[in-house]
Structures are given as C-alpha cells and as structure tokens.
Design a protein around this ligand. Sequence first.
Ligand SMILES: O=C(O)c1ccccc1NCC(=O)[C@H](O)[C@H](O)COP(=O)(O)O
Length: 260
Amino acid sequence: MTILDKIVAKKKIEVAAAKAEISLAELEKYPLYDRTCYALNESVLHADRTGIIAEYKRASPSKGVINAVSSVQEVVKGYQDAGASAVSVLTDPDFFQGSLADLTSAREVLTIPLLRKEFVIDTYQIAEAKAYGADIILLIAACLTSEEIRDFSSYAKSLGLNVLLEVHNEEELNRSIFDTIDAIGVNNRNLKDFSVSLDHSYDLVNKIPDRFIKVSESGISDPVTIRELKQVGYQAFLIGENFMKTDDPMEAIQAFVKEL
Ligand SMILES: O=C(O)c1ccccc1NCC(=O)[C@H](O)[C@H](O)COP(=O)(O)O
C-alpha cells in the first residue's frame, strides 16, 4: 500500500464522519459559503505579484514535523505581504497536522486567493472548502478517475471556486483536461515514493495547453529555479517546505523574493 493509498483510505473515513456531523444543507448556511471568490488567474498574472503560491505546512509524510511553532495567521499574512500570488493551507489532520480551522484563520487575514490543499475524494469536501474560506480547490489526478475530475471540477465551478488540477505524468494529464479547470500543476514529488525531480515540470510544460495557468509544484528551494521555470512557460510555483522549515517563514519568503 502506498502512502497515497493510506491517505485516501483514511480520508474516506474522515469524510463519512464529517458528513454525519454537519450536513451539506448546514454547510450551505455558513457565512463564508455566500461569498465571491478571488480569481487565481488574475492574481497570478498581476504584475505586482510573484507567481508564488506559498504553503502553510506544519508536517508532511516525507519530512515529519516541519514547523510546529509558527502561527497560521502570522505566516500567511507574511506570505501575502512578501508578494505571494496565492496561499495554500493544508487541511489534512492525520498526515499534515492541518485543519479546516487553519483555513478559516488564513481567510480572516488574506485578500489574495486561498487554496484548500486537500485530498478531495467527495463533492462534500468541495462544499466544505467554500464554507471554511477557500477560493481554490485541488484535484489530484493520481487519486481520481477522469469522470470524478470532470464532475468535481464542474461542481466547484458552480460554487464559484477556482480549480487546480495536479498531475505527475503525461497519462494523468491526458485523461484529466476539462474546461472546468483553471490551472494545471505538475507535482515534482512522486506521491508514491516521495522522490522529487524538477524534470517532471520540464517534461510536461509543453503538453499543457496554454489556456491553463501552469503551476510547478514541490521541491522548489532556489529563486534561480523560478527564473528557469518561468522561461519554459510556468506562471506559478507552489512552495511549502523551503519557507516553513525555517525559524521565520515570513523572513524566508522575503529574502527569496528579493532574489527573483
Ligand atoms: O509533502 C509530502 O511529503 C507529501 C506526501 C504525500 C502527498 C503529498 C505531499 N505533499 C503535498 C504537496 O504537494 C506539497 O505540500 C506542495 O507541493 C509543496 O511542496 P514543498 O515545497 O516541497 O513543500
């Protein structure tokens, strides 16, 4: 069983428990559910922003605890002030020590798009994303069928959310392209064995149609890499650990941005 299989198995139990506790009808009455989302493409293409989607990440399956002390509001506000185009907040409790409360805390201090970084396997989680403050949902091709990607992205768009599709190889890309997707991210990390290689981004960039925002995800730790990825066609860059592993993620992103 791969780590992704374990995460998805646990997620099914978690989603069933959430549905039993709070119905969809109740979620739809949450104050944040009734709101216009910030547009990911506008923020990424905005001249004053960097293209960085900066992630709040306490822990991960590959690294264990990364940062147990920095508060979510302090960090995401620092990311925004440094010029991030969007912020990503992990909401998985078991493998990443995240929560929906983190998402709402981030929403309270942000005026840029907010991604619910989650393993979505059910439309209920998409409604949750809206109700707890996200503007963007992630659909990971490695744990979804083509039909699920079509249906989930269509439902997300009906709620006014932005959709980021994550792929790791050409097979996943070719079976996952729908007009209800806004951005396509190439994950440089293999979610089955944790190996990281930027070659995945370089290999796939020209196979992604230009109408989608192109995002390179994971394993980015050097501003020079951003310049190189921009040259081949990427507009956005998902970075977590490089900032979160420091004592001061706000200072770390500022220093990084100065070198771009
Ligand atoms: O980060 C992990 O160990 C991981 C393991 C299994 C599934 C997903 C995982 N990470 C999620 C992500 O995609 C990253 O948090 C994100 O792309 C940022 O990556 P990084 O800059 O390398 O922290």
